[in-house]
Design a protein around this ligand. Structure first.
Ligand code: PLP
Length: 390
């Protein structure tokens, strides 16, 4: 394997559209360009494709198609969930307090900051040493005026999976709706909203081999929810704007494949990820693996490398044909400490470089073995211990 060959290990940041997705969506950029809201044949074909995509997404979520809202991605879905429920609760005089966790994506954290500036009370609950939100912590945070709990299904940095069903049961016992950011979950975890017990759930097409700029917000039938974008009556009046039909068809196709292949792909990724972890642990002294030892996404391996400069590591790996990141894609260019690692209690100053290696459906054993061959030697050279490492 040459340095010019890129080994892509940043699937948590984004994934390539799979060929079947491109084949499915392209006709909706050209031939089938009709606006789904029109009444003539061209538009009716577009409407049929939109309805079929909605039914396909609903089948994976185990919900009714009318509960699926198409959005512009995970960020919009998260914002819409928080603002939509908070606005409805405030209007109804039913509560002013929202519970989130400290390890949420910035789409939740910053949306919550904005709601706080508008007078909502926000509780940001901490996590344990594995990055997990415990049901007990959620229970302790609930108040009589809590109108929403929003906890992510799986974390995008360390990959830890949260016990959402147990968290939802606690909130529901108090009559409080629950949102989960499931953006990292498709293809790895079940998205069955009944089993998860959630009232709102966010997805983003580009995280599961679908297009960028398209997402889903599931909103349970009957939940008080105020749309946050005014205009036409699309998405049953809950999200105005002409639909991104090609993106929606692509997302639905990708989600159907991700769910069908989930058992096989997640087992394969888990085995490759374990092989990578074992190979690196054996070859790199002091290496720390972050996240939950069992409840983690199958393809995510998050490391700390004490005594290693993070920037030099990432640029050097890039030069060696290995594409990965330190934390999330959104903070890849930032030198600020990761809020996730800080919440876990990792001393980001002294723990050296952070490295997130996220495998995907096309990752091969050869690629993993190449990383196991290259990374320890490079880490030793950055630590100035190459001679010792041999
Ligand atoms: N939530 C999580 C957990 C994510 O990982 C991301 C993307 O990195 C988002 C939300 C935002 O999704 P999008 O890129 O579609 O706006």
């Amino acid at each position: 394997m040459t340095a010019a060959t890129t080994i892509y290990l940043d699937h948590a940041a984004t994934t390539p559209c799979r060929p079947e997705v491109i084949a499915a969506l392209v006709p909706y950029l050209g031939e089938h360009f009709g606006n789904p809201s029109g009444i003539y044949g061209l538009s009716r074909a577009s409407r049929a494709a939109l309805d079929a995509a909605r039914a396909d997404v609903a089948a994976v979520l185990h919900c009714h198609p009318s509960e699926v809202i198409f959005t512009s991605g995970g960020t919009e879905s998260d914002n819409l969930a928080l603002r939509g429920v908070a606005t409805a609760a405030r209007r109804a005089g039913r509560g002013n307090h929202i519970v989130i966790s400290a390890i949420e994506h910035h789409a939740i954290l910053h949306a919550a900051d904005e709601l706080e500036a508008q007078g909502f009370a926000i509780t940001r609950i901490g996590v344990d040493g594995t990055g997990q939100v415990t049901p007990e912590a959620v229970a302790a945070a609930l108040r009589p005026d809590t109108c929403l709990v929003s906890i992510m299904l799986a974390n995008n940095e360390v990959g830890t999976i949260n016990p959402i069903a147990a968290i939802a049961a606690i909130a529901h016992a108090r009559g409080i709706p629950v949102h989960t950011d499931a953006v990292q979950a498709p293809g790895a975890l079940s998205l069955d909203v009944e089993a998860l017990g959630v009232d709102l759930l966010s997805l983003s097409g580009h995280k599961f081999y679908g297009p960028k700029g398209v997402g889903v917000l599931y909103v349970r039938q009957g939940l008080a929810f105020v749309p946050q974008q005014q205009g036409g009556g699309q998405e049953a009046g809950r999200r105005a704007g002409t639909e991104n039909l090609a993106g929606i068809v692509g997302l639905a196709t990708a989600l159907t494949f991700a769910e069908a292949e989930r058992p096989e792909v997640s087992a394969r990724l888990a085995a490759l990820r374990d092989r990578l972890a074992q190979g690196l642990v054996a070859a790199i002294p002091d290496l720390i693996i972050n996240g939950h030892p069992v409840d983690h996404l199958p393809g995510t391996l998050h490391l700390n490398l004490p005594g290693v400069d993070g920037e030099a590591l990432l640029y050097g790996l890039d030069a060696r044909g290995i594409a990965c990141s330190a934390a999330s894609a959104c903070s890849a260019g930032s030198t600020a400490a990761s809020h996730v690692l800080t919440a876990i209690g990792i001393d980001t100053i002294n723990s050296g470089a952070s490295l997130r290696l996220t495998l995907g459906r096309t990752t091969t054993a050869d690629e993993i073995d190449h990383v196991i061959a290259v990374l320890p030697r490079f880490v030793a050279s950055l630590r100035g211990t190459l001679a010792l490492a041999g």
